[in-house]
Write a protein that binds this ligand. Structure first.
Ligand SMILES: [Zn+2]
Length: 124
């Protein structure tokens, strides 16, 4: 143990809300434009900081579905609201700053996006 292991606490899953939104989209209750609304910042972050989701986009079937981690928190200063890799989050946490990590899936092709989980990253 180095003492700088990242510990994830208080995970909140948004998978139910995601499934419910997809169900409503399939039923025709919400339009594709409403569920596929990723903005330029999110699409760019997905391209440069995202990793492959390993599963197809639930809306368009694209294999390019990506996972992006956004960090938030009062201790982060200018880093708050930016996309970060696991390694960067580990460094930030090791420096003594707690971060709330929002894991978001983003499809660059159809602009589908949804929050998957929110979790607090801290040191043990
Ligand atoms: Zn898609």
């Amino acid at each position: 143990m180095t003492g700088n292991e990242v510990v994830y606490r208080n995970e909140v899953s948004h998978r139910f809300a995601r499934a419910e939104l997809l169900r409503r989209w399939r039923a025709g209750d919400v339009s594709r434009d409403e569920v596929c609304d990723a903005d330029f910042l999110l699409l760019t972050a997905a391209e440069y900081h995202g990793r492959p989701a390993g599963r197809p986009c639930p809306v368009c079937g694209s294999e390019d579905l990506r996972i992006v981690q956004w960090i938030h928190g009062e201790q982060l200063g200018r880093m708050a609201g930016t996309a970060r890799s696991d390694e960067e989050i580990a460094r930030i946490v090791a420096a003594g700053k707690d971060a709330t990590v929002h894991t978001v899936e983003v499809c660059p092709r159809c602009r589908w996006n949804h929050l998957l989980t929110a979790v607090t990253a801290t040191t043990s």
